[in-house]
Design a protein around this ligand. Structure first.
Ligand SMILES: [Zn+2]
Length: 525
């Protein structure tokens, strides 16, 4: 089994565990949807901690639902690996039988040795996945606990910030304090939650493995071992215990020591090294994870090996490296989709939009890589996320479009504003000001505007100028606001609620004219 075939063999079980991780994460967020109840954050935290038992029961069900799927997938993977490995050697062995080099054997499907080998591997795989299930169950509980603690803690930190209090006292009732701060906290904590995911394995050094990485590793190792065990079972059927190990450059240390040698699997020979002295069985050893070596039944004095199919190792290696790159980009896409899915579950539109923009750029990177390589194809099935369905997907497309439009608009506005500043306008410039000041109860300085300056502008006209204004300039920390439009300008004093002055477009000074040119020049474009 070469590296590419090995990687493909592990795809289905790995995908099932990625789905499982997504389901568990979605369930955790589902439990946090009630953040908007008008209660204090420490009360909310206590409620969330009281739900742990319920969450755990739900998670047990979710895990149980995928157990059947993964068993079936593993079974199929093992049969395919065994079948392919046997097929590779059968022609050569038939020839060896014909030539009298080895004894005849029962057909593979009737071989007890093969059946035994498959059963053993099935048990091993089942144990490994059961361990994943147990790990994911308690890791999901830990992740939930950490998540709600983080949210509550961060919410309280936000609440304690004086500036936040000030803003809120103006805008919202204090009962909403917890809701507002929890929403902000959730938004930040989901990012970290998504980064961490739900580990499926903790190694001896205490490192957490993602379900994707761990199940993939275990399944690749399992299918590789299955292939080797199936071939050895067949060699037993044919009554030969010697195996020859292939050889290639750049082999890793344990393989390098064993490659090119002939071993006795019966561990009895005085002439050949014993199989139990080889590195077979170790993850980083012969026929272990990521091993590109093959074994061939060996008969003294003859070479069966030349009857085995050969393959182009270099081309295989190159394609393998390229698909590994594609897979890394697919993982990025999938993780980002998961973030979108979690924000969608929470109905957080703003955070969803931000996540959707990132998703589109990650998808673009993947597309670019695959399009630039004739040997690769998009594999949408590997980019799918549970809960990221058609409606979430089109929502993400729309959110990204909206964000891109806003970004383009902002870039355009920034450019105009800098040109306006260059024209000599001082103060904070806002284009198409959204919330204009209501001047209906402001004083109108008729004495200054019409008697002293003779601007000939009525109060109604001044209000009209404000309505039409497409730019405002704010000075003195918001005290003075000047509105400029195509027909005239109005200056307001917000501290004294006073319309200070108003004048027509003909009276614009040189700087204001330049500003109008910038604004109107843009409209023409
Ligand atoms: Zn190797």
């Amino acid at each position: 089994m070469n590296l590419l075939e090995n990687q493909r063999a592990a795809d289905t079980p790995t995908g099932i565990y990625q789905d499982l991780e997504e389901r568990l994460m979605a369930n955790i967020i589902k439990h946090c949807k009630d953040y908007d109840q008008p209660i204090a954050s420490d009360v909310w935290l206590l409620r969330k901690l009281a739900e742990i038992g319920k969450l755990n029961q739900e998670n047990i069900k979710i895990i149980a639902q995928t157990t059947g799927l993964s068993r079936t997938a593993v079974e199929r993977m093992l049969y395919e690996a065994a079948e392919q490995a046997i097929e590779e050697m059968e022609t050569a062995m038939q020839r060896a039988v014909k030539n009298g080099w080895v004894s005849g054997a029962v057909p593979p499907e009737k071989s007890r040795n093969v059946r035994q080998a498959i059963a053993t591997m099935q048990e091993q795989a089942k144990d490994a996945l059961n361990l994943c299930n147990t790990t994911m169950l308690y890791k999901a509980r830990d992740a939930y606990k950490q998540f709600v603690h983080d949210v509550a803690l961060m919410a309280q930190e936000i609440e304690n910030k004086q500036e936040y209090m000030n803003v809120l006292n103006k805008n919202a009732a204090s009962a909403l304090l917890g809701v507002e701060s929890r929403q902000q906290a959730l938004r930040k904590c989901i990012k970290e939650f998504n980064e961490r995911g739900i580990p499926a394995f903790v190694d001896k050094r205490g490192r957490n493995w993602t379900p994707e990485a761990y199940v993939n590793m275990v399944m690749r190792s399992t299918s590789n071992t299955m292939a080797a065990e199936a071939q050895m079972a067949r060699a037993d059927d044919y009554g030969t215990s010697l195996v020859e190990v292939s050889s290639h450059s750049g082999a890793r240390p344990k393989c390098a020591r064993d490659q090119g040698k002939i071993f006795d699997r019966a561990n009895r020979s005085t002439k050949y090294p014993h199989w139990n002295t080889s590195s077979y069985g170790k993850p980083d050893g012969l026929l272990g994870v990521n091993c590109g070596h093959h074994i061939y039944p060996y008969v003294e004095g003859v070479s069966i090996r030349r009857y085995f199919p050969t393959e182009d190792m270099d081309a295989n290696d190159k394609l393998y490296k390229e698909t590994q790159m594609q897979r890394a980009l697919e993982r990025d896409v999938r993780k980002q989709k998961r973030e979108c899915m979690l924000y969608d579950k929470l109905d957080d539109e703003e955070a969803f939009q931000e996540a959707a923009v990132k998703l589109k750029s990650k998808e673009a990177r993947l597309k670019e890589y695959v399009d630039g390589n004739p040997n690769l194809h998009r594999r949408k099935d590997r980019e799918q996320v549970v809960g990221f369905d058609k409606s979430v997907s089109s929502h993400a497309v729309a959110a990204n479009k909206k964000a891109q439009k806003e970004l383009a608009e902002k870039a355009r506005n920034d450019k105009i504003i800098s040109e306006i500043k260059e024209a000599g306008i001082k103060g904070k410039v806002e284009l198409s000001p959204k919330e204009k000041i209501d001047v209906s109860d402001f004083a109108f300085d008729d004495e200054h505007i019409n008697k002293k300056r003779n601007h000939k502008v009525t109060r109604e006209e001044a209000e009209q100028f404000i309505q039409e204004a497409d730019v405002s300039v704010t000075k003195w920390n918001g005290r003075f606001v000047n509105y400029y439009g195509p027909n005239g300008a109005v200056f307001i004093d917000t501290e004294n609620n006073n319309i200070r002055t108003a004048f027509r477009e003909e009276q614009y000074d040189e700087r204001t004219r330049k500003m109008r040119e910038v604004l109107e020049g843009d409209e023409e474009n």
